[in-house]
Design a protein around this ligand. Structure first.
Ligand SMILES: [Zn+2]
Ligand SMILES: [Zn+2]
Length: 523
């Protein structure tokens, strides 16, 4: 890279092995008396044998001079070129209600024009949207984010003269079907994304509570699929005025309102809501580093597919650092609802890779039957807490057969050398585990069946590792007749073709797990 590149260089890198990789950039400087180097590390890149799903980074909450309270130019090009986002939505204040000085028709048209101009299929995807903000009973602040076919941009209901969220949702429902999957097929779909959900903007004045209420009847669950768990305002994970990311730490007049206004409250009250993070930047520089970003797991960088994955809550949010996070329970990933018989073992796997060494990783759980409340808020169990002290961390654990339906999420903290305010976190969307009645089958640790066997033999191992394990089969004369490896899944299962073995007694050994079983081969 040199001066002619003007500070931006695109190049292709090929990774030759699976796993977590980083790119290290070295910048060389010199003046007549000295020469020195600076080293920069990229965000982590996960290379896997199957290419999908991938992680895409973006942000859905940014203002410019077109909002009544911000400055700077509309920022799709900055989001794409300077901040290297994969997708972006500018969310100016809408023009209805008390905030009548929001975006004008001409500004909205200019916004649409820039969004379409910056669209680079497969590389950068713009969304269109705006913010609706109400205090008190009005339902708090939400960004309305639209996935659209270009032919339907004119149908986006923008200039809604509404006084609260109920009126906004009524207006939206005239244009957008309630089912978001149908809507996206139809060419116009919406997400209603709440933010700074427990914040009071001015403790000295009345009417400055911008809280969002959660619970079974609190807003359209079909559109409210994700919430901002973090932004410039601070965290909306849980009510805790002493949390280092609490709203009150960002300004003397701000406070956290005590009530069912936070992600943990929403989850305990039964809302199936995932998490994102975005900036709420007010300087036309949405997507800038360390203001709040989110990742979507998606098969492709395409607007409809990104949107479907957001509706499915396949998302996680960070304080702006591109921390790689993955969470699964058996076959379920972030945001999924797993229905599992009450005797089926659950294997939870977590992976995190920081842009700095990871200081802490928490696995948190809410038990829908036995979960305890304290001072009106749910107390989540810490199932595990790790202090990795290195860039990459992974672990897997068998959940101890909980009989109740529960949800699980992961929170990570990385060292904060680069974080302006000293705190860098990431939060996964939860996985919901719904316990179903016990099935007839049982799940012993190691099972070889059928026994006797004729043509096929199945091995099942309840083992929750991340590495594959060795399998050996010996005959009665202790000669090795088969050798292979079991891949890691919740229950390792291997199908062995034993048709060609001569009848007799055999032993299956898994030496790395110290397991052994006998079986009889019959003609
Ligand atoms: Zn707002
Ligand atoms: Zn805003």
């Amino acid at each position: 890279m040199n001066l002619a590149d003007s500070g931006r260089l695109e190049t292709t890198v090929r990774f030759r092995s699976p796993g977590i990789h980083y790119l290290i950039f070295t910048a060389e400087f010199s003046d007549p008396s000295d020469a020195w180097e600076l080293e920069f590390r990229s965000n982590p890149v996960k290379v896997q044998s199957s290419p999908t799903p991938s992680i895409y980074w973006g942000e859905f909450h940014a203002h410019s001079q077109n909002s009544h309270d911000a400055y700077g130019q509309v920022s799709f090009s900055k989001a794409r070129l300077t901040n290297c986002l994969d997708f972006f939505c500018a969310t100016e204040h809408h023009r209805g209600g008390a905030r009548s000085a929001g975006i004008s028709c001409e500004e909205w048209e200019a916004n649409v024009e820039e969004a379409l101009r910056e669209h680079q299929p497969g590389f950068f995807v713009p969304f269109l949207g705006y913010e609706t903000s109400f205090s008190g009973e009005g339902g708090g602040h939400h960004n309305q984010i639209f996935a659209f076919d270009e032919a339907r941009i004119g149908d986006i209901p923008v200039y809604v003269e509404a006084e609260n969220m109920v009126e906004i949702w009524e207006a939206l429902s005239t244009e957008v079907p309630a089912n978001p999957f149908d809507a996206v097929e139809n060419g116009l779909a919406v997400l209603s994304i709440p933010h700074h959900t427990g914040k009071n903007f001015n403790t000295a004045l009345e009417g400055h509570e911008a809280t969002v209420h959660f619970g079974p009847d609190a807003g359209p669950s079909t559109w409210r699929r994700v919430m901002e768990i973090y932004s410039n305002h601070g965290q909306s994970e849980r009510f805790d005025p002493n949390d280092p990311l609490a709203y009150e730490k960002r300004g003397d007049q701000f406070s956290s309102v005590d009530g069912p206004h936070y992600a943990q409250d929403a989850w305990a009250l039964g809302n199936r809501i995932g998490v994102i993070a975005s900036s709420d930047d007010h300087s036309g520089r949405g997507g800038s580093p360390r203001e709040g970003l989110f990742a979507v797991y998606s098969d492709s960088l395409e607007r409809k597919q990104l949107f479907r994955n957001m509706v499915n809550r396949h998302t996680y949010g960070t304080t702006g650092d591109r921390i790689l996070m993955d969470l699964s329970i058996n076959s379920a990933g972030m945001g999924d609802v797993l229905h599992a018989p009450a005797n089926e073992p659950l294997c939870l796997r977590v992976l995190a890779a920081g842009t700095e060494p990871l200081e802490a990783v928490w696995i948190l759980r809410w038990d829908f039957t036995q979960g305890k409340m304290r001072n009106g808020h749910p107390v989540f169990d810490t199932l595990a807490k790790y202090s990795p002290g290195q860039y990459v961390f992974s672990d897997s654990l068998i959940l101890d057969m909980p009989k109740d339906s529960s949800l699980y999420y992961v929170k990570v903290q990385q060292s904060s050398r680069l974080q302006q305010d000293g705190q860098a976190f990431g939060w996964s969307s939860p996985i919901w585990v719904i316990r179903e009645p016990v099935t007839a089958s049982v799940f012993p640790r190691f099972r070889v069946y059928p026994n006797p066997a004729n043509d096929q033999l199945f091995l099942t191992v309840l083992e929750c590792g991340t590495e594959s394990t060795q399998v050996q089969v010996y005959n009665a004369a202790t000669a090795l007749v088969y050798e292979g490896r079991l891949s890691p899944t919740a229950l390792f299962t291997l199908e062995l073709d034993v048709q060609k073995l001569s009848p007799g007694r055999y032993w299956v050994r898994l030496p790395e797990l110290d397991l052994q079983a006998a079986f009889l081969k019959v003609p």
